[in-house]
Design a protein around this ligand. Structure first.
Ligand SMILES: C[S@@+](CC[C@H](N)C(=O)[O-])C[C@H]1O[C@@H](n2cnc3c(N)ncnc32)[C@H](O)[C@@H]1O
Length: 208
């Protein structure tokens, strides 16, 4: 599927050097928003995509896809690009994603507006996959995004997020939110960890 999707694209649209340049420019313009000076490596992107079950029905929502390193890993894992909703704040990444993934829904908006969007979908989201620089936001805002996105998604859906730190970027686990951290992924600049958050099957009263 990936080969079919990318076969028609000019070389510039699929080259790592092009993506690295675009990323570096974004980081120079707004380092806190970019959160990194280059795209995630293949190992990290695959570890993120591995948390998604492609057989679960519903859209897959990616927050902060950048140049699409994790998007590509999701498609390699078997996710149909037509199921993807890509939410990106940077206008240059947004324009690239639209050209690169013409079958996906690509939105240029703030990830924190996404829970409201998820509630309006015809079918609940099967997963939310995020590469957001969460740590630049206050703790309560990080928690609000994850909890509200999960409440609007399908039961059992994961919220997957990576971090360059050891600890969870979201204050979890806690009553009402389960959390699982992966081993450190060393072969990435910078080494990173994948955190997967889910709502418990029986939801206690919200604690936030
Ligand atoms: C660390 S980069 C990760 C990019 C890509 N997922 C990867 O792993 O290579 C963070 C991305 O989140 C985007 N971003 C930052 N804040 C955002 C927000 N509030 N809403 C949507 N996207 C945001 C940035 O523009 C950038 O593309």
């Amino acid at each position: 599927m990936l080969a079919e999707t990318t076969a028609r694209l000019p070389e510039e649209m699929t080259s790592d050097a092009h993506d690295n340049r675009l990323f570096f420019r974004s980081w120079m313009q707004d380092p806190l928003r970019a959160g990194a000076f280059k795209p995630s490596g293949t190992d990290l992107a695959r570890a993120m995509a591995a948390q998604v079950d492609p057989s679960m029905p519903g859209p897959i929502v990616e927050l902060g896809p950048g140049t699409g390193a994790i998007t590509r890993a999701l498609v390699e894992r078997g996710v149909d690009p037509a199921r993807l909703i890509l939410v990106e704040a940077d206008p240059n990444f947004y324009a690239l994603l639209r050209r690169r993934w013409p079958m996906a829904r690509v939105l240029q908006t703030d990830a924190w507006a996404v829970p409201a969007l998820l509630r309006r979908l015809d079918e609940p989201a099967a997963a939310i996959v995020a590469g957001l620089p969460l740590l630049v936001r206050p703790r309560h805002e990080r928690l609000r995004l994850v909890a509200n996105a999960l409440r609007a998604a399908a039961p059992g859906a994961p919220f997957v997020q990576f971090t360059y730190f050891i600890r969870s970027p979201v204050p979890a686990p806690r009553p009402g939110l389960r959390a699982h951290g992966s081993d450190m992924i060393w072969w990435n600049l910078w080494p990173a960890r994948v955190w997967t958050y889910r709502l418990p099957r029986r939801q206690p009263e919200p604690m936030w």
